[in-house]
Design a protein around this ligand. Structure first.
Ligand SMILES: Nc1nc2c(c(=O)[nH]1)N[C@H]1C(S)=C(S)[C@@H](COP(=O)(O)OP(=O)(O)OC[C@H]3O[C@@H](n4cnc5c(=O)[nH]c(N)nc54)[C@H](O)[C@@H]3O)O[C@H]1N2
Ligand SMILES: Nc1nc2c(c(=O)[nH]1)N[C@H]1C(S)=C(S)[C@@H](COP(=O)(O)OP(=O)(O)OC[C@H]3O[C@@H](n4cnc5c(=O)[nH]c(N)nc54)[C@H](O)[C@@H]3O)O[C@H]1N2
Ligand code: SF4
Ligand SMILES: [Mo]
Length: 702
């Protein structure tokens, strides 16, 4: 703790929450180093005082005695402390040896979700990856939003040129495969989403949810329609075909569009009538949704995890963009339009993206935006031969729980020559590390949301200083990367870009942004509102011809795969299909150590429709076995008519028995990992994204 703390014993600090994409402003009440209260920041113009239960758990994480503060090395199952300098030297020496002996690609790197919530991390991990020079770069993006980045790259010329729902001005919000009431929004930064959704309805508009589960969002929507997992592409194509057939297309900016006719012709067989058996949505319903969408003054089609992490992730995203485009809602108020952030993710000097420039060694999956799909990580370790992965660097991730066929990855990690993890916990993945280097608590570093300010439903900016400096014995993420990077660069005699601070990079960006200065930002701890989203997509396109590419060849080709799926559903009865879910009191795999969050009713169970239980002679509360191609789990079942018949659900992020059940988790059962059932061999063949939803399973009594 720094000098002067006692003179400032009781104080209040303001800071954006780093846990989810909503980036709510928080008010921290402090007594010295103790957090005495965390509340929503009423003066944040964007989040307006909104807070969810997870934010209060920031105190639990900060104070958790199980959170690591200094590096530890593993000897069998025992962990021993080690000095920082020795830790950096050990990691650099081991990595250098493997690179020298087996080549750059023998080291794989994986960055998980909190990376994106921590700008110091996001800035300073890539230089280490670049220094290693491996093509085996993986991240949580390929179990998440990679299809959206890929389709943005193809259609608009940049992976981060992402049109965001203008939720505050729309008249019709069609949500496919997203549950913002539980998730607080994703690929749209939207604090206080419940109020904003209700406001649509209050001004006479509609919120329509298409989801195999009647979710918390569906509960407050104007309408909800069940859809068979994995069938959204057919449904979206049927919406567009209805509009075309009924002369409801509204296409502006014709001269800025390339290939629209090709795209519309490619999907024309997918009529509402033809796809109804596959989607489970009656043709009349599809047609009336299409008409309502087209006749609304403004409308948004939006898809999230449910449309991204399934068999047709990329094609879904393409059809979502096309639906917005052909109804005149792309780049207009009340439709979808890109944010104009202080710190630009697009434009000169940023990474536009790419696809298929190289392929994974074993399965030959194409690279997307310089990453190999994480569904291929385990096989790259387990398959011998030239280029085999022998070492792994993970940071801010838990792929054993978050990527398909976690059991296989668990086994693969056990066989590595070396593994280093940068993480604040021993988790189901980092337990295999040879060494874990823990960064400080998030509250100890400056915070700026480089990513989420750029995907926000308004233009906003908010810079927050660290609440306390780190302790002398701690290190920031970026210091850990620098400690390893500088030593590795020396050993390999390679270039290494020295670390940059969040403060310097944000200040430099602010200098180029009209209407706000970094000095103003430093004096505005509640954040600054920079106005509503405004059309800019058409002037920001980064495609070679400056036009929107409506017909990317690999997406046109993928329609044949959609048609084959429609045909097969018409001919063969489907197995039960597994989907995931999220709960507002849980955050991916890593917040189950907060008793305050996990207490109360258990939330880890399998949900199943009563008719599906009855037909298998199972009953509510029974323990059942769920089997998929890759594995088998035993779990309690809860009868729920929230689910579409034929669909079952297990929440994502559970399954903590591998590390030994912690106290908080024990109170509400460790649960099982849905990814012990998901199949790493089944990916969206266009983007390589994992298929986490619509997994065929069998269920029987134990
Ligand atoms: N079946 C199924 N699988 C899924 C999903 C699903 O819905 N269903 N969802 C997918 C999605 S959307 C995502 S994003 C992924 C998430 O997958 P991952 O990112 O692999 O996993 P997390 O559970 O987010 O683990 C985050 C880790 O980061 C650590 N951490 C927290 N803060 C910091 C920090 O500041 N620095 C560092 N270095 N470490 C930190 C935590 O201790 C934790 O171990 O899971 C995906 N997997
Ligand atoms: N409380 C909480 N908030 C979170 C997280 C968390 O773990 N907990 N994680 C954060 C992260 S990393 C992310 S990426 C976001 C995710 O944010 P969201 O995508 O909004 O959240 P999910 O709950 O994964 O919603 C996916 C929905 O897709 C539905 N679905 C499944 N399969 C299909 C399908 O084939 N078609 C359609 N149409 N729907 C389908 C599911 O029933 C579910 O309702 O949430 C973020 N916020
Ligand atoms: S909604 Fe997300 S950002 Fe807001 S308080 Fe909860 S976890 Fe934090
Ligand atoms: Mo995510």
């Amino acid at each position: 703790m720094s000098e002067g703390a006692s003179s400032k014993q009781f104080r209040t600090e303001f800071r954006a929450c780093n846990l989810c994409e909503a980036i709510c402003g928080l008010t921290f009440k402090l007594n010295g180093e103790t957090i005495t209260g965390i509340r929503g920041d009423d003066d944040d113009p964007f989040s307006r005082g909104h807070i969810c239960p997870k934010a209060v758990a920031l105190k639990d994480i900060h104070e958790d005695p199980e959170r690591l503060r200094t590096p530890i090395v593993r000897n069998g199952t025992e962990w021993h402390p080690i000095e920082w300098d020795d830790a950096f030297a050990l990691v650099a020496t081991q990595l250098a040896e493997i690179v020298r002996e087996h080549g750059n690609d023998a080291v794989a790197l994986y960055a998980g979700n909190p990376n994106v919530h921590n700008f110091g991390h996001l800035l300073n991990f890539p230089p280490v990856a670049k220094l290693v020079g491996s093509r085996n770069i993986f991240s949580a993006s390929s179990v998440d939003q990679m299809p959206q980045q890929l389709v943005s790259y193809w259609m608009f010329g940049h992976q981060f040129l992402i049109p965001i729902p203008d939720i505050d001005h729309t008249d019709y919000f069609l949500i496919l495969g997203g549950n913002p009431i539980a998730s607080n929004g994703s690929m749209m930064t939207v604090p206080d989403v419940a109020k904003r959704l209700k406001a649509i309805q209050a001004r006479g508009g509609q919120v329509v949810v298409v989801d195999p589960r009647r979710t918390e969002t569906a509960e407050i929507a104007s309408d909800h329609h069940f859809i068979r997992p994995g069938s959204d592409a057919a449904f979206l194509a049927a919406l567009i075909n209805t509009l075309r057939e009924e002369n409801l297309l509204q296409i502006a900016d014709d001269d800025k569009l390339a290939g629209l006719d090709v795209a519309l012709d490619a999907i024309k067989a997918l009529t509402p009538e033809y796809v109804a058996v596959f989607t489970g949505i009656a043709a009349d319903t599809t047609r009336s949704i299409a008409r309502a969408f087209a006749s609304a003054k403004s409308a948004i089609a939006y898809g999230r995890m449910g449309t991204a992490t399934q068999a047709f992730g990329a094609t879904n995203q393409w059809l979502i963009y096309l639906l917005n485009l052909v109804t005149g809602n792309l780049d207009r108020a009340g439709g979808v339009l890109p944010t104009n952030p202080v710190l630009p993710l697009t434009g000169p000097g940023t990474r536009a993206g790419g696809h298929g420039r190289w392929h994974s060694r074993v399965r030959k999956l194409p690279e997307t935006n310089s990453e190999i799909p994480v569904a291929a990580l385990a096989e790259e370790m387990l398959t011998p031969g030239e280029g085999q992965v022998r070492a792994l660097f993970t940071t801010a991730g838990n792929p054993v729980l978050s990527t398909p066929n976690g059991n296989q990855l668990d086994r693969a990690l056990a066989g590595l020559a070396f593994m280093v993890s940068v993480d604040i916990y021993i988790n189901e993945t980092t337990r295999h590390a040879s060494i874990i280097l823990p960064p400080t608590s998030a509250l100890n570093h400056d915070h700026y949301d480089s990513v989420f300010n750029a995907f926000a439903v308004r233009n906003v900016t908010r810079f927050n200083k660290a609440i306390w400096p780190r302790a002398e014995y701690e290190r920031y993420d970026w210091e850990i990367f620098a400690g390893i990077g500088s030593r590795l660069a020396a050993l390999l005699e390679r270039e290494y870009r020295t670390p940059r601070t969040v403060r310097d990079v944000v200040a430099a960006a602010a200098a180029h942004y009209p209407g706000v200065s970094f000095a103003q930002m430093m004096n505005a701890p509640h954040g600054i509102d920079l106005g509503p989203l405004a059309p800019s997509l058409f002037t920001r396109l980064q495609t070679a011809d400056g036009k929107i590419q409506c017909a990317p060849p690999l997406l046109i080709a993928d329609i044949a795969r959609v048609e084959a799926a429609v045909e097969s559903a018409r001919n063969t009865p489907e197995a039960l299909q597994l989907i995931g879910r999220r709960h507002v009191r849980s955050n991916n795999s890593w917040m189950h150590n907060s008793h305050r969050l996990v207490k109360g009713k258990a939330r880890h169970q399998l949900l199943m429709h009563p008719a599906d239980l009855a037909s298998r002679k199972l009953s509510d509360g029974q323990t059942v076995t769920v089997t998929s191609r890759v594995g088998k789990v035993t779990i309690d079942v809860v009868a729920s008519n929230e689910l579409m018949p034929g669909v079952v659900s297990i929440p994502h992020g559970f399954g903590h028995q591998r590390v030994g059940v912690k106290q908080s988790v024990a109170a509400m059962h460790a649960g099982v990992s849905a990814n012990d059932l998901t199949d790493e061999t089944v990916v969206d063949s266009v983007s390589g994204n994992a298929v986490l939803n619509g997994v065929p399973v069998d269920i029987s009594a134990v």
